[in-house]
Design a protein around this ligand. Structure first.
Ligand SMILES: [Zn+2]
Length: 369
């Protein structure tokens, strides 16, 4: 694997959990897996879960309150964070959660499903039909080795690092940070092990619209980061909830991605009347600027892939050539130099590879192909 953990420790978690990243900053324990709520509009609330340690992205979940009950969009990555979200939702309304919409099959968006099922046994889990298939097959298969080996191995490695640091008489401040991080990673592993896969029990092919009280909730499909990407648009409130079609501040293409349709989707979204965009990760935006920057970036990279291929470069040569232009592409999103390594591994390397192959043949549903 090309992804290395701290001090060169090789890990496969990137493949398995989609989330491995080593943080330059190490927060305090209280910040790991912490849920923060913000009001987006009347009856629409965003719940942001912070990173679970250094082995798991946090992300966004949304509650849409209606006269008939609550619609949740994504349930976070773990049962614990989902419980924290649900307890906040219960303070907002005494109506039940009647729908949970899952945006795509990556673990960090539906690991909390079971919490809503336990609290509301008749809740409908709605997602695109391909998501259901991928959740039941690929998601389960990809998570298994991570849970059985990769994540426990990583926690063990962290423990060894802590012991070594203790023996070296590292400062108490540094030791405290390492202990906090280890505790967070151990807790994350425990949470991941406590997941009972809870799959959609309602699917759609093209689109579905929920009419609940005065709300109109359009549930839509795109093929962008995964084959079954499910997103939501509230036409009256002009709120777009994208799942990982948009990830801020760095787009995320790992685990598949369909560059040409991603661009077409962003072009389509750009035409919608929008007051607020809630991405899959990162802060809500109150204009289209981030969407448009993503669109410009994707087109920029795709054009260069086309040129590279037309000039006779192989996929590996094209990748090398274009990765060298990472700083130029990162400027399309106004990223800092410090963000470029993540920009390369989360987005550019995968996007270039997929875009190149897509020029030859349509990409299939298997994210590994
Ligand atoms: Zn995600």
């Amino acid at each position: 694997m090309s992804h290395l953990g701290p001090r060169g420790h090789p890990v496969r978690l990137m493949q398995v959990l989609f989330c491995f990243c080593v943080l330059a900053c190490v927060g305090v324990a209280a910040d790991y897996g912490k849920v923060t709520m913000s009001k987006i509009a009347a009856g629409v609330y965003l719940f942001t879960t912070s990173r679970y340690g250094d082995v798991g992205f946090g992300g966004n979940s949304v509650a849409i309150l209606t006269d008939d009950g609550v619609v949740m969009f994504d349930t976070s990555g773990t049962p614990a964070s989902a419980k924290a979200i649900l307890s906040e939702v219960r303070k907002l309304t005494d109506k039940p959660v009647i729908y949970v919409i899952n945006s795509h099959w990556h673990w960090d968006h539906w690991g909390g499903n079971q919490v809503f099922k336990a609290a509301y046994p008749s809740v409908q889990f709605l997602s695109h039909e391909k998501n259901r298939d991928l959740m039941m097959s690929v998601a389960v298969a990809w998570n298994a080795p991570g849970l059985a080996k990769d994540l426990p191995d990583y926690v063990k490695y962290q423990k060894e690092q802590l012991t070594a640091a203790e023996e070296k008489h590292t400062s108490e401040t540094e030791l405290a940070k390492k202990r906090e991080l280890l505790a967070a990673d151990e807790n994350f592993l425990e949470q991941k092990r406590s997941v009972t896969y809870t799959f959609p029990n309602a699917t759609f092919s093209e689109s579905a619209t929920l009419y609940l009280g005065a709300r109109e909730i359009r549930v839509l499909h795109a093929r962008t980061i995964t084959p079954g990407d499910t997103y939501v648009y509230l036409p009256k409130e002009k709120i777009l909830i994208t799942g990982d079609i948009l990830v801020s501040p760095i787009p995320f293409a790992v685990g598949g991605s369909y560059p040409q349709e991603w661009i077409e989707t962003l072009q389509k979204l750009n035409k919608l009347e929008i007051e607020t965009i809630i991405p899959g990760h990162g802060e809500a935006e109150h204009n289209k600027s981030y969407l448009q920057r993503n669109l410009a970036l994707f087109q920029h990279v795709l054009n260069d892939v086309k040129e590279a291929k037309a000039s006779g470069l192989s996929v590996d040569q094209a990748k090398r050539a274009l990765i060298n232009k990472a700083a130029e592409y990162a400027a399309d999103l106004a990223l800092s130099e410090a963000q470029i390594p993540e920009f390369k591994s989360y987005f550019l390397e995968v996007f270039v590879n997929r875009a190149y192959h897509e020029l030859d043949n349509p990409l299939g549903d298997n994210p590994i192909s």
